[in-house]
Design a protein around this ligand. Structure first.
Ligand SMILES: Cc1ncc(COP(=O)(O)O)c(C=O)c1O
Length: 470
């Protein structure tokens, strides 16, 4: 049975029963109320609309008399199949709407979207088991609001993991869990105190975070990159005391900031009484060389905010990320009543993740996924090199789940994307990552490989070759 929510005008000269009758008739004729749909009972509709039963009864009688509905004994009134072929049924409208999303992309066979992850190796059975376990073990204790900063046991697991994998020094008290890095950056923006000197960011840099700062009305200083990452000299010149940065895998260029530059950046923060916001979004996937310790782990002045996410190694749909706050911001957090911000991640998902980490599945999963992605990246890079050789330049292949590809065929970004699409392949623009799109290097595209199988990567690269050099 459906509910009918109709705005009846009590002051109108048209009687209420007639308004209701016309409304239902219109819904039937437009196909929004499909054949075989049962109308609400007289009692429930009169309660729902706060009108008398008599009014509903009169409207229903008229619909019956005109053959729009039929009465079934002891069951109620059902909409007749009027065989209105020219009119779309609600099912038809629904299907059409669903199709339109799919159809616009139906010609795309290989989607190199950055952000998609490998679905095949997600440990669904384990996750399901732990999910059930967390429901059964905790039953009603998880039914209420949880700790605003996140479940303490999960924060403990995250603290252990960050210490062993990235050298991060923190207690679970410093960790805030939240539904994604963007959300946490939004919260952080309110904790930073005086931002009148703006926030510095790599240019090009992650547009997802730039947008949050812009929406908060914060002035952004765009700092150019050098071959080893942010230009520190320009950072000093900007006079900003806060910088957002992706040092372990610059987004989108992919360079890894060497230790010497990390030390310079930490010195800058100490000199300026500054704050470094370190986004370590995909540090699990490093394919070349030794991992370099996080800035947070090298920081002896407590000037670094460290952010990480489960979107890359686990699933983006989980919406679980975390932020490690230095003591100064943590104190501000308590003083400013930030504890009144309720936790945004479901307690059930947090509990499941805690068990996943505690029982050793997380470490095993990272090891497995590192190999899976290493293999995919190898497939992608070696084939591009073999097929396209010196006609392209591959950028950012030491880590992560995407590369940039500069194509030396004279096409600009739009043409590269459009010609790829004609061959059934989706690749993505890089220009949105620049503060001013006009400044962007337009001979490149972004290629994410996480969500495609090795076979699809091979097919996709073949199609790209046809599109650009065919
Ligand atoms: C640099 C960077 N930071 C953060 C994120 C997103 O993290 P989350 O899914 O936790 O919001 C991404 C996602 O693509 C990213 O590229």
């Amino acid at each position: 049975m459906i509910d009918l929510t109709v705005l009846l005008k009590r002051e109108s000269s048209v009687p209420l029963y007639s308004q209701l009758y016309h409304y239902i008739k219109k819904e039937i004729l437009s196909g929004k109320l499909a054949a075989e749909t049962r109308l609400p009972s007289i009692r429930s509709l009169s309660n729902h609309l706060h009108i008398s039963r008599n009014t509903v009864d009169l409207a229903y009688q008229q619909l019956l008399a005109e053959g729009y509905v039929q009465s079934r004994p002891r069951s109620g009134l059902y909409i007749n199949d009027l065989e209105l072929e020219s009119l779309p049924s609600s099912q038809f409208i629904r299907n059409k709407w669903l199709d339109s999303g799919v159809k616009s992309n139906s010609a795309i066979r290989y989607d190199f979207r950055y952000g998609d992850v490998d679905a095949e190796h997600f440990p669904l059975a384990t996750w399901r088991k732990l999910s059930n376990q967390s429901l059964h073990q905790n039953e009603q204790s998880l039914f209420s609001y949880g700790d605003p900063l996140g479940e303490p046991q999960l924060r403990l697991e995250i603290a252990h993991y960050l210490h062993s994998s990235r050298g991060v020094n923190c207690s679970p008290d410093q960790i805030m869990v939240g539904a994604g890095i963007q959300y946490l950056i939004g919260v952080l923006s309110g904790l930073l105190g005086d931002v009148s000197n703006g926030i510095a960011m790599e240019n090009p840099g992650y547009d997802g975070v730039r947008t949050i700062f812009e929406h908060k009305g914060i002035n952004i200083h765009s700092i150019p990159l050098e071959s080893d990452g942010l230009n520190i000299h320009k950072l000093y010149e900007s006079k900003s005391r806060i910088v957002y940065i992706t040092p372990s895998h610059q987004f989108p260029y992919g360079m890894v900031m060497p230790l010497s530059k990390r030390m310079q950046l930490l010195k800058w923060a100490a000199d300026q009484n500054g704050i470094i916001i370190e986004d370590d979004y995909d540090s699990e996937f490093r394919y070349v060389g030794k991992p370099i310790p996080s800035l947070q782990s090298l920081d002896t002045h407590d000037r670094t905010v460290y952010l990480g996410t489960f979107s890359k190694c686990l699933l983006p749909s989980l919406r679980i990320a975390y932020m490690v706050l230095p003591q100064t911001l943590l104190d501000f957090h308590s003083k400013q009543d930030y504890r009144l911000y309720d936790q945004t991640v479901s307690r059930f998902h947090q509990k499941t993740l805690e068990l996943f980490m505690k029982n050793g599945h997380w470490e095993a999963h990272i090891r497995k996924m590192r190999n899976v992605y290493r293999q995919k990246q190898f497939t992608l890079i070696s084939l591009i090199q073999k097929m396209m050789g010196s006609q392209v330049t591959i950028i950012g292949q030491d880590a992560g789940l995407h590369i940039l590809l500069r194509i030396h065929n004279g096409m600009d970004e739009d043409q590269l994307i459009a010609t790829a699409e004609e061959e059934g392949v989706k690749v993505y623009p890089v220009s949105p990552f620049w503060a001013q799109r006009a400044q962007a290097d337009k001979s490149m595209v972004q290629i994410g490989f996480g969500g495609l199988s090795n076979e699809d990567i091979i097919e996709g690269v073949n199609c790209l070759h046809c599109a650009w050099f065919g």
